[in-house]
Design a protein around this ligand. Sequence first.
Ligand SMILES: [Fe+2]
Ligand SMILES: [Fe+2]
Length: 345
Amino acid sequence: MLLPCPRGPVTQLLSEWLSSGSALDEADMHARVSAALAGGDVITADDVQLSLWLLYELHYQGFDDVDPTWEWRPESLAVRRQIEGAFEAALRRETDALVAYAMSAAGTLADQLFALVRDAESPPLARHLQRYADREQLSEFLICRSIYQLKEADPHTWAIPRLTGKAKVALAEIQFDEYGSGRPARLHALMFAETLDACGLDPSYGAYVDRVPGVVLAASNAMSMFGLHRRLRGAAIGHLGAFEASSSLPNRRYAAAVRRLGGGESAARYFDEHVEADAVHEQVAVRDVCGAAAATEPELIGDIIWGAAVCLRLDALAAERLLDAWSAGDTALRNLVDGTARTRA
Ligand SMILES: [Fe+2]
Ligand SMILES: [Fe+2]
């Protein structure tokens, strides 16, 4: 993958930093980031979220045109830290009400997490796809999903060395499934790539980064932030719990959408797999990962619930973005000036 196109002053300068060895003007970068963070909603701001996504990507597959030593250079970490401070604060504000709701629910932590997933408001994206969407809308949905799904499970894997005992074992059990249960052909990220391919889309990693709106990058960035900070390990596993517990039914609808629109069995396979797998994963993630971690480290409970709330809220915001655009007869994707993505591998 090559560096995606800049979306504003921060990504412009960051791309120059990452792609050349020229002298770095850190004061200029700090000022640009401050201006971008002051300029609106951090969660949806394209320039802010793409900057963070670029910096996190250095920890995953990286870029063909970026020196891999950038992963740990103090200058890139300083930019990351500045944005993360504002992003974390925005996510905490955005989920205040959801966290309070879950905390007030009766029962164990597992009961509270399931109540949150059951009762959190969520736009009817899956139902729309199942019943009404056209092929174009299905493609847009798959393109937005590709940002996370092509690195499916990786952000939560960072949490494994940060847990102990039963919680660590349970998380490793889930991730073993996500990584194909010993069969490379069943790697979930690869199965999603096959769905893209079967639907006539580009399955290569990062192919659509230029096309997706900031809020879609934010959903991926939140997972990376939780995974890459040990202090946020509670949020990482809470996010996983909500992710798994809100997955099975929508995936049944996505599979139906793909079949209704002629995608065929190979396109539906990824979603079929998740109807069954995530019905099991939600129990393991909520009870055995989150429950066990909370039993040994009760101070994590607040962040476990917060991470779950972030998962549900960002998913809802992204769904809203898609449905709003479609109901106005628009595309939910960013239109590129020259109509091409520079990010093809
Ligand atoms: Fe999966
Ligand atoms: Fe899963």
